[in-house]
Ligand binder design. Structure first.
Ligand SMILES: Cc1cc2nc3c(=O)[nH]c(=O)nc-3n(C[C@H](O)[C@H](O)[C@H](O)COP(=O)(O)OP(=O)(O)OC[C@H]3O[C@@H](n4cnc5c(N)ncnc54)[C@H](O)[C@@H]3O)c2cc1C
Length: 339
């Protein structure tokens, strides 16, 4: 065994960090293992994004998130969460993916691989899985999806100035990307299988986009699907038949699906219909005692239900449960009786 701790938290997103702080405050050692950088999901947001939440609603560990404006930008949030890690002295092993979890006689063994290195093992008494869902985009599964001008993440519109940009999707990410591309001087077409924009588009974004569509500045192909991507075009299946559109840049903003391999590996049940890991919402413990979930992974396939605002408190529930379990082993047995 290479390392030993009380709790391994898998994932250094805002909710994983908040969980580690709560666990340490309760007196237990927490080690965070992160496949990428700290809050990598936020690092991967569109470059100039402003949060819809106000700063105090996404602060964690009781550390004030003070900004001069109403809502934080991506850059404000990156600086804030870095500061949280430093101030709380959290131990985060970055660029180290957890590949496998295993049950041991006392607790669990975590198998993780630092980038470009051999797998190493860490023994933990409990595990918190806070792996979010941004790692695995919903692939269309069409030919050409891996071409270099195709991306599943939107960063900024400058690259598409005076070029043909296709945005696939009709929800928030697609709506905001289409507007940003238009304002960056791209020729934009939105392609979506729905009848029109999704009703879930933020109320302050939808009218702006609708007006640009009505004016003819952003083209649309509703009830249409991409069936192939070529080096300079996309092929669509539309209600009027096949259509080929010029495409210098293709943004596939069709959402993400959470990965459940680690939960499956440890024997935790995930509801097939919803993608929600079976868990007790009062403790966030899964049906494998000692294995917890935190953050947006608890929302299953409907990622919009849990976000930083309402996922940052999961760590408190977990810490309370750990204290009950480890300070009083009888409580642990009672809590699981009848499951
Ligand atoms: C454009 C955009 C704007 C948003 N704005 C807001 C907002 O204003 N307010 C709000 O509350 N929410 C907002 N959200 C949602 C918010 O980003 C997520 O709810 C939040 O990031 C979830 O936090 P998390 O800690 O559960 O997961 P994540 O932040 O997704 O973190 C999970 C981490 O786990 C790591 N990981 C995954 N697999 C492994 C593995 N096997 N081993 C090790 N590490 C692993 C990932 O690299 C990642 O860093 C927004 C989302 C988007 C896309």
């Amino acid at each position: 065994m290479d390392f030993e701790t009380d709790v391994v938290v898998v994932g250094a997103g805002p909710c994983g960090l908040a969980a580690a702080i709560a666990i340490e405050r309760a007196g237990w050692r927490a080690l965070i293992i992160e496949a990428s950088c700290v809050v990598s999901s936020i690092a991967g947001y569109p470059t100039y994004l402003t949060f819809f939440s106000t700063a105090e609603r996404i602060e964690i560990g009781g550390m004030p998130f003070v900004i001069a404006t109403e809502k934080p930008t991506r850059r404000d949030a990156l600086a804030y969460y870095r500061e949280v890690v430093e101030r709380h002295g959290l131990i985060v092993r970055q660029y180290e993916r957890v590949e496998h979890l295993e049950t041991a006689r006392e607790g669990f063994i975590v198998h993780s691989r630092p980038r470009g290195q051999e797998v190493r093992t860490t023994r933990a008494r409990a595990i918190v899985i806070a792996t979010g869902y941004f790692d695995s985009p919903n692939y269309l599964g069409v030919p050409g999806e891996d071409l270099p001008h195709v991306t599943h993440r939107y960063r900024e519109g400058h690259e598409a100035f005076m070029r043909d940009a296709i945005v696939v999707g009709g929800k928030n990410s697609a709506a905001e990307a289409a507007l940003d591309l238009y304002r960056s001087g791209a020729r934009v077409t939105m392609v979506y299988h729905g009848e029109g924009l999704s009703p879930s588009v933020k109320p302050w974004v939808a009218p702006d986009l609708q007006n640009r569509i009505t004016e003819g500045h952003i083209a649309t192909r509703w009830r249409s699907r991409v069936v192939a991507i070529e080096p300079a075009a996309v092929v669509l299946d539309t209600p009027h038949g096949a259509e080929r559109l010029a495409a210098d840049h293709v943004y596939l903003l069709t959402g993400y699906t959470p990965e459940h391999e680690l939960l499956h590996a440890i024997g935790a049940t995930v509801e097939r219909a919803t993608g929600i890991p079976v868990h007790d919402p009062a403790t966030m413990e899964t049906d494998v005692p000692g294995v917890f979930i935190a953050g947006v992974i608890s929302a299953g396939n409907d990622a919009n239900k849990v976000f930083i605002e309402n996922g940052r408190g999961h760590g408190e529930l977990i810490a309370r449960r750990l204290t009950a379990m480890w300070s009083d082993p009888a409580a642990s047995h009672e809590a699981h009786a009848g499951r």
